[in-house]
Design a protein around this ligand. Structure first.
Ligand code: PEP
Ligand code: MG
Length: 313
């Protein structure tokens, strides 16, 4: 559908007044990558590498990893792709890592925490990513999942740079990381907010529990406030912050995220046209006004209603 200004999305994200917002796809396979390019994605803001490993009972060889990553990167030659290192544990158990059973896996040894115990696995993965980058010509960045402190971010950045990574980032999925946004960004080149996990940890509501879906709604004002901290830190540190959780696929919320200071949105490919059209329908000051209204709402329902009224008013 045409937007208010009559503009249609044509594969390059921007607000009605021309403020650029990178519209990217989340991918986990070669088929996802092809779909992303067909849908007009400007690149990928999240390549979930654990999808290359789900059935592996032993660690894939260097060559197998290189080929698996290259298959996904190849369609993105000349475009940016953010490759996330293994996000194992909790909802994504990987048999070859032998992670001990835990009473609360979502609060357990998962994401980058696995790499603290097994840095050798991380180093082999980083080497395979570097090799696949050379094979394909994609503009690759790497980022770590489930980072909690600036020191963890620095630890990852040092290893990734030693392995030849050009740009290094971290995911913001814990309230701890969001609350230390400036210090976190000082250690890396960019951050990407994983709203799926950040929502569950902000409201202490397991994302796998359907009965708690309302608390996991990314319109929760507390979640939006944490995202606003990242937006401010992005401006003060001069480093980009994106969103790669499901929140980015909601056209109205996408505009609110841009109003909070986010400069890229990565989502399932199918959502790209609707998000692109919605963004192009309002100016950055209008999205900022909508964000301000949503952040101060008392609950998720009113946050959405206030944002809607702000942009329609
Ligand atoms: C997230 O947590 O928002 C995210 C993008 O990572 P995943 O959904 O893979 O945990
Ligand atoms: Mg996550």
């Amino acid at each position: 559908a045409a937007t208010r200004s009559g503009t249609r999305w044509c594969g390059s994200g921007k607000t009605a007044d021309g403020h650029p917002v990178k519209l990217l796809a989340n991918v986990g396979s070669a088929a996802d990558a092809t779909n992303a390019i067909d849908a007009g994605a400007e690149g990928s803001g999240l390549f979930r590498t654990e999808f290359c490993f789900l059935d592996a009972t032993s660690e894939p060889s260097a060559d197998a990893q290189r080929e698996c990553y290259a298959e996904v990167l190849r369609p993105f030659a000349g475009k940016p792709v953010v490759v996330r290192t293994l996000d194992a544990g909790a909802d994504k158990p990987l048999p070859f890592l032998d992670i001990a059973a835990e009473p609360n896996p979502a609060l357990g040894v998962r994401g980058v925490r696995v790499a603290f115990d097994r840095p050798d696995v991380l180093d082999r993965q980083l080497a395979a990513i570097a090799a696949a980058t050379e094979d394909t010509g994609a503009e690759v960045s790497v980022m770590a999942p489930m980072v909690a402190t600036p020191t963890e971010a620095a630890w990852f950045a040092e290893r990734a740079r030693a392995a030849g990574a050009g740009r290094v980032g971290v995911m913001v999925e814990t309230p701890a990381a969001a609350l230390c946004a400036e210090e976190l960004l000082a250690e890396v080149d960019f951050a990407s907010i994983g709203t799926n996990d950040l929502a569950q940890y902000t409201c202490a509501a397991d994302r796998m529990t359907g009965a708690l879906a309302a608390l996991n709604d990314p319109w929760q004002p507390a979640l939006l406030r944490l995202i606003a901290l990242l937006g401010s830190a992005s401006a003060s540190q001069g480093k980009p912050v994106g969103v790669c959780g499901e929140a980015a696929a909601d056209p109205l919320l996408a505009g609110v995220l841009v109003g909070l200071g986010v400069s890229s949105l990565s989502m399932t490919s199918a959502a790209l046209p609707a998000v692109g059209e919605a963004l192009a329908g309002r100016s950055l000051p209008e999205w900022r006004a909508a964000a301000e209204r949503a952040v101060s709402a008392p609950d998720r329902v009113q946050a959405r209603e206030r944002a809607r009224a702000a942009v329609d008013g």
